[in-house]
Write a protein that binds this ligand. Structure first.
Ligand code: SF4
Length: 183
């Protein structure tokens, strides 16, 4: 099996879909290669595209705060996105782009082999679980993905737009803390 570093090195050379044309670089993900908890978002934004790291913009800072409140450090988790190249003007990735890029995420999940995955937002939730349900229905409970337990919650960018979503998101992270052992 490829290591996470080998997977990410290969992903950085990927030109399998047209998202690569509009992006400055591929942003595979980063964090602890042996993480017990993996966080998965939708795709890189402007800051992530500039810096080559996931969740480094305003949404990333909010995610850092949520992790800190959950007594989890960013260094101990692994963070990746469903698509590895920034969609133009931060639009939602199209299904075809998700399907093309998903094998990279599948390899990353297999390499890290976390106990828990938290899907941040609808795109990640649907892509990881392979369902077409609403986030409202998917969140608030653990799902099984093979041996891995998966929780779906709101994307930090959605919290920046709609602060009322902070309460249900915090409820979800309290479930994470309980399962992860930091409650
Ligand atoms: S978004 Fe994914 S599939 Fe498309 S070019 Fe980037 S790494 Fe490759």
């Amino acid at each position: 099996m490829l290591t996470i570093d080998e997977i990410n090195k290969n992903a950085k050379e990927c030109h399998l879909c047209s998202l690569r044309d509009g992006a400055k670089q591929v942003v595979p993900g980063d964090g602890n290669p042996k993480a017990r908890l993996m966080l998965i978002g939708e795709g890189p934004g402007k800051e992530e595209d500039e810096q080559g790291r996931p969740f480094v913009g305003a949404a990333g800072q909010l995610l850092d705060n949520i992790l800190k409140a959950s007594k989890i450090t960013r260094e101990e988790v692994y963070i990746a996105n469903v698509v590895k190249c920034r969609p133009p003007r931060n639009r939602n990735p199209q299904q075809e782009e998700i399907n093309t890029c998903k094998p990279w995420l599948d390899l990353q999940i297999a390499a890290v082999s976390p106990d828990l995955i938290v899907c941040l937002g609808l795109t990640a939730s649907r892509a990881v679980l392979g369902v077409n349900d609403s986030l409202h229905n998917l969140r608030g409970k653990w799902h099984n993905f093979g041996e891995i337990k998966v929780l779906c919650t709101y994307h930090p960018a959605a919290l920046l737009r709609s602060p009322r979503l902070k309460i249900p998101t915090w409820e979800d992270f309290q479930m994470v803390m309980k399962e992860y052992g930091t409650a």
